[in-house]
Design a protein around this ligand. Sequence first.
Ligand SMILES: [Fe+2]
Ligand SMILES: [Fe+2]
Length: 432
Amino acid sequence: MKPLLNALVTALILISFQAVAQEGITKYIPSAKPERIVLNITGDQGTTMAVTWRTDTTVSESVARISRNISGVLRADSAMAVTGKSEDITADGVTARFHSVIFTGLVPGTGYSYCVGSGPDASEWFTFKTAEAGAAPFSFLWFGDSQVGPISSYARVIRQAYRSVPEAAFMIFTGDLVDGGYAGNTLDDEWGDWHRAAGFIASEVPVAATPGNHEFYNPHDRQKRDLNMYWRPGFTLPENGPAGLEETAYSFDYQGVRFIMVSSDQMLRDEAIARSQTEWVESLLKNNPCKWTVMAFHHPFFSTAARRNNKVVRENLKPLVDRYGVDLVLNGHDHTYARGVVMPDGAEQRGRRAGTVYVVSVSGSKQYSQDAAPWWEAGYTNTQLWQAITIDGNRLIYKAFDASGALADQFMLTKMKNGSNRIGLPPEVKTR
Ligand SMILES: [Fe+2]
Ligand SMILES: [Fe+2]
């Protein structure tokens, strides 16, 4: 290339890079290499698994490969190739392609390995295990709002959680995963940070996420309350909830436990959606073959601050939680930690008999003050937490840990023959 032409091309590249940099996309420019690889919970964890990832638009095929998690050397050409679909997202002048593949026909209780992409741009191989066909012991992780400080604060929380419970069956996120355009960041930067914090953990431990109010926050138009444009392309979550709430309100049964994920922000803002979700929740509780039931959503019935009150969510759902004896309700939004038992309306707690256990938690650096309430048995402020919940037959063992891995709170529910629970402490683990 002639020197003058060379200089001109260099100048054009610099100008175009600056134009992009000025618009804020400086950290996460997509390439042909797969990134943001997320394993997703499906409606049937025994025989299906879903994976999503992102590339640039030069990658035309959405291909993932899957094999049994064999003892010998894995070869890409002996794995089964599965083709899915893709969707392009353009934000701040940069277009990314989000791919989605659903693996079907898997064998329950079996280890698998998978990679996404092809040839030199294929990802590394990841592993996962399908759910057992019937009830069996398992543990899952739960995180409240990561929202602010994903790199500086939340990264060490999820990494500590994975280090402590590497066999976790999946991870529940109760909304406000991102903030929605804080401090001049773009949505893409925030999602990029969230994925960077999770790293390969989200590629191996399936994600079960439901949105919070900040996933309905459009930084380009504060009046708009659309679902964050990265949510549906970035995840491949179940579409088995009420019509119009696909991948935000859904349910799944896992080894004898029914999980119901509610989209509480949409419930608060739209009466018809509140009604449709309430009817849907009731149908799941009324026809429930599982011994245990866990509900997870963003806005708590009982806020940890006096000025915050999610009346619509409480008035629609608490009567159902009471009537059908939901065991555990997991919430975020209040940026503090509180845990306690709330009996059905009109009933008193006596001795170790437990009503539903409610917990509010937070995993990121955004922390609020709290006003103590009579129902609390544990409460924390200015503490980032993660939770591990183990269900084993008639026992549900709940433990909350801080970012350093230190135990912050715990309880155990024991299911009695009549279906009611007793609450106490988990047995001491003997360490010689
Ligand atoms: Fe929130
Ligand atoms: Fe939040």
